[in-house]
Design a protein around this ligand. Structure first.
Ligand code: SF4
Length: 263
């Protein structure tokens, strides 16, 4: 095993900046092989990643965290992605139902601290059930989404999952994505056509007005203090000093440290 730090990824990240999402996808498959999965919340950017993988013939598993309080449209989108794109969708669930959690802890999502706890229990913890299975996770964060994502790196470390997050759409502008969705007839969560620019749990997501920021509909009832759930590490922190431990040959491949045994 070998350590990989965010600093180690700097020049690799620079070299990926000019590549298209499809090229980054193919690169990730060549690097991570069977230890690669897609992480999708069944929003439109995640559907684009699933579509790209499907048409490229990359039969990657798709991890979907079902908090138990998603909109029916989100679950329908998940089922369509599985059946129409031929991808295995792995649904990860919290330990408790929302009813049991509320009975034990109260309505957490009605306070800022409670929201962090609720998202930890219903989003971050279920994802951790897949920790150790994947060295690479294809995510769909985009710089065009603004706020804390405006500088998201293409490759970022996920220390809790001990994997590399690959944000292959980091440079995909809104117009490029909309054109891709229209041209390729990508399966899109119907709520995007009903004023929801981003989509999370039904308890904490509302549509947004045309002149509002994209994430204004997330935890609107809590004001500007709650904007992210924490399932994406780059939304909450990005210390250069963080490190993960991966197989040595994978780290060598990622960093271009090939050994010529013929010498
Ligand atoms: S988005 Fe709301 S309901 Fe969903 S896990 Fe977070 S706080 Fe709980």
């Amino acid at each position: 095993m070998a350590l990989l730090t965010q600093k180690d990824l700097r020049s690799l990240n620079e070299s990926l900046e000019e590549r298209t999402p499809r090229e980054i996808l193919d690169w990730a498959v060549s690097m991570f092989g069977g230890r690669l999965a897609i992480l999708s919340a069944m929003q439109q950017a995640g559907s684009v990643v699933c579509h790209m993988a499907s048409v490229a013939g990359h039969k990657l598993p798709v991890l979907f965290v079902d908090t138990g309080v998603h909109f029916p449209e989100t679950l329908q989108t998940r089922d369509r992605i599985a059946s129409e794109y031929g991808l295995e969708v792995i649904t990860l669930s919290p330990e408790q139902s929302m009813e049991d959690q509320t009975r034990e802890l109260g309505i957490l999502y009605l306070s800022v601290d409670g929201q962090l706890k609720c998202c930890e229990l219903r989003k971050s913890q279920p994802l951790l059930n897949a920790a150790g299975r994947y060295d690479g996770l294809l995510s769909s964060l985009r710089r065009s989404d603004g706020e804390r994502r405006s500088n998201v790196p293409i490759l970022a470390l996920d220390q809790k999952m001990n994997s590399v997050r690959i944000n292959l759409l980091a440079n995909f502008e809104d117009q490029q994505m909309n054109e891709y969705i229209a041209r390729e007839k990508v399966i899109v969560n119907p709520l995007h056509h009903q004023g929801y620019s981003t989509i999370g749990c039904s308890r904490c997501t509302t549509p947004v007005m045309p002149d509002e920021p994209k994430r204004a509909g997330r935890w609107r009832h809590l004001g500007p203090w709650a904007m992210y759930c924490g399932i994406n590490p780059t939304d909450v922190r990005r210390p250069e000093s963080e490190a993960i431990e991966l197989p040595g040959d994978l780290v060598d491949r990622l960093l271009g440290r090939t050994v010529d045994f013929s010498i």
